[in-house]
Design a protein around this ligand. Structure first.
Ligand SMILES: Cc1cc2nc3c(=O)[nH]c(=O)nc-3n(C[C@H](O)[C@H](O)[C@H](O)COP(=O)(O)OP(=O)(O)OC[C@H]3O[C@@H](n4cnc5c(N)ncnc54)[C@H](O)[C@@H]3O)c2cc1C
Length: 359
């Protein structure tokens, strides 16, 4: 197997966007994605203004519904505010497949159904599950929510989160243009209308709380309905998948330390922002651009890693804030204050933007 100059491991938004930019600059880049076709991902599918700008620049502007309003619920209280920026919904199945197609069209060698088993930091040997080994000059680590051995992401002393997602049927237009967040002790749920017929229901919950709730989707929905009566209709929406998608071990607040060699960590492998901010896709696309530009300028992974650490230092702070915010008392107080200070919700939504809207 002839070695490409750069191997990208993982074909989510971070990996595809890096491959697109490198291929456009004439770099021989190979992208390895373990899934063999379009697939759904655990993600609330909220596309913030920064992510939308990056997507448009890559040639894939968001196609889903425009989102203009935020409704926050805790217990039987709710607060509503216009969003202080333009946002969109977009199916991850469509986004990820579209970006991979763009990467191939721009000249990247995209290999689907190829899983990487191991990466050696020093020699840059990329060992594939089928036994082959590739030795490129640089590696872009874009495996997202899944860690390779030796590259585990952890935030010391903090419990990991479980993410779950279900596609549900919309039964009315009353939810059009609204992102709804439900805060409960130990996590949050999000409901986002995706198109005329369907919506995304997503939950991020501490592993401990999920176990207390019974660790099954029906038990979780029942508990959430008990916590928040106004959400019962959302939770009772007809599920369109036999099972929810689930992913464990989300280290909210993680920011990768700079790498010494030539491994460029992008997307969730670089920084994991708490999901409620809806900025994960934006960070994936922003770090992709930063990594590709660093490589093209001859900057090492260490220089790039320090830039990411500086630019996304607030990710660690948001991780801490979200943990404090997961206590029931903090949430109830927050929603109560937001009801009487209407500008507060919009200010919080603005403060959690980490990626510039100009991309
Ligand atoms: C519950 C929840 C809700 C969220 N909601 C939102 C939201 O509404 N808006 C938002 O912007 N962000 C949201 N996020 C965050 C967002 O999903 C991530 O930040 C984003 O997907 C990161 O993109 P990525 O390319 O780094 O990783 P991923 O999208 O995870 O892609 C990684 C890719 O690598 C592949 N891969 C993994 N291991 C290997 C291997 N060994 N070999 C080959 N390929 C491999 C995988 O198959 C996958 O396609 C949410 C996250 C969670 C957990």
């Amino acid at each position: 197997m002839s070695a490409p100059e750069v191997v990208v491991i993982g074909g989510g938004p971070a990996g595809s966007a890096t491959a697109i930019r490198l291929a456009e600059a004439g770099v021989a880049v190979m992208l390895l994605e373990r899934s063999d076709g379009p697939h759904d991902k655990v993600c609330g599918e909220f596309v913030g203004p920064g992510a939308a700008a990056h997507l448009a620049r890559l040639g894939l502007p968001p196609t889903g519904a425009a989102i203009r309003t935020l409704r926050l619920t805790c217990g039987d209280r709710a607060a509503v505010s216009p969003l202080p920026f333009a946002a969109h919904a977009m199916s991850r199945r469509e986004m990820d497949a579209g970006l991979l197609e763009l990467a191939a069209a721009r000249g990247a060698e995209v290999r689907r159904g190829v899983a990487v088993r191991d990466l050696d930091r020093d020699s840059l040997a990329v060992a594939l599950a089928d036994g082959n080994v590739i030795r490129p000059r640089a590696v872009v680590l874009a495996t997202g929510k899944h860690d390779l051995r030796g590259f585990r992401r952890a935030v010391p002393g903090r419990a990991d989160h479980v993410g779950l997602k279900m596609r549900v049927r919309r039964d009315s237009d009353a939810d059009a243009g609204v992102i709804e967040l439900l805060l409960f002790r130990g996590g949050y749920a999000g409901y986002l209308p995706l198109d005329a017929a369907t919506a995304t229901l997503c939950v991020a919950i501490s592993a401990r709380r999920y176990r207390e709730f019974g660790a099954t989707w029906p038990a979780l929905l029942a508990e959430l309905g008990r916590c928040a009566p106004p959400w019962r209709a959302r939770l009772a929406a007809e599920p369109l998948w036999p099972q929810p998608l689930a992913v464990a071990g989300q280290p909210y607040g993680f920011v990768a330390p700079p790498e010494a060699g030539a491994v460029y960590r992008v997307g969730d492998q670089a920084a994991v922002v708490p999901s409620f901010s809806g900025e994960g896709i934006g960070i994936a696309l922003a770090t992709a651009r930063m990594a590709a530009d660093a490589y093209l300028n001859g900057d090492g992974a260490g220089v790039y890693g320090r830039r990411v650490g500086a630019k996304f230092a607030r990710v660690a702070t948001l991780g801490t804030v979200s943990r404090i915010g997961e206590t029931g008392a903090a949430q109830a107080l927050g929603v109560w204050v937001a009801r009487f200070a209407p500008g507060l919700l919009a200010a919080v939504a603005r403060a959690t933007r980490l990626v510039e809207a100009e991309g």
